[in-house]
Structures are given as structure tokens and as C-alpha cells.
Write a protein that binds this ligand. Structure first.
Ligand SMILES: [Zn+2]
Length: 117
């Protein structure tokens, strides 16, 4: 009987250690996921910015057209979507998570600047 209790106790100790290890892994994986999501968002924004830049450059060679306006509002909508998903799109913090979805005046400026152009 004493032996059984001891092996039960040992078993629980082992189980506890395993759980601790799993919990550590979980924390690590969550961190990695967060990093990946932020990196992905950063790349998305960088891509977006480059597209805007190309668009700007090509616009310098042509008069404003209806198509230009459509593309501009499309890129604004993309930024808005990223912002609403909870990420900064402003230059200092872009791609990082907005803590508790706090509103950011700089983000809003980026999204809505140049509107009506
Ligand atoms: Zn921001």
C-alpha cells in the first residue's frame, strides 16, 4: 500500500513536470505566433506603401484619372482594414499590435490624410 502511494505520488510529480513543460511551450508558441503576425502585418504595410509609391510615381506622368482615385481609396481601405484588425499603421509603430484596441491619432491621420485628392 505504501509503495502504491509512493508511485502514485511520483506519477503525479512527473505529470506536473510535464504540464509545466507544456505550459512553457505554449507560452513560447504564443510569442512566436504574435511575432509572425506582427511581421506579416509589417510586410503587408510595406507592400502597401511601395504600391502607393509606385502609384504616386506613375501619377506624376499622367493626369488624375478616375482609376487613380479608385486605387487611392482602395489602399486607404486596406489600411483601414489592418487598423480595424487591431494593428498600428502609423509610421512609428506600424505593424505592431494596438494594445486593447486603443485608438491612435497617428494611424487615423495616415488612413485619412490626403482624402479628397
Ligand atoms: Zn498608430
Amino acid at each position: 500500500m505504501a509503495m502504491d502511494k509512493r508511485s502514485l505520488y511520483d506519477g503525479l510529480n512527473e505529470f506536473e513536470a510535464d504540464l509545466q513543460k507544456l505550459s512553457e511551450n505554449l507560452v513560447e508558441m504564443k510569442g512566436s505566433l504574435q511575432e509572425l503576425v506582427e511581421k506579416n502585418t509589417t510586410l503587408e504595410l510595406e507592400n502597401q506603401r511601395l504600391r502607393e509609391r509606385i502609384h504616386e510615381l506613375s501619377r506624376q506622368n499622367s493626369a488624375h484619372s478616375e482609376k487613380d482615385k479608385q486605387e487611392l481609396s482602395q489602399s486607404r481601405m486596406n489600411l483601414e482594414k489592418i487598423y480595424e484588425e487591431g494593428f498600428h499603421v502609423c509610421y512609428d509603430l506600424y505593424g505592431s499590435r494596438r494594445e486593447h484596441d486603443e485608438p491612435c491619432a497617428f494611424c487615423l491621420e495616415v488612413i485619412y490624410r490626403d482624402s479628397g485628392k
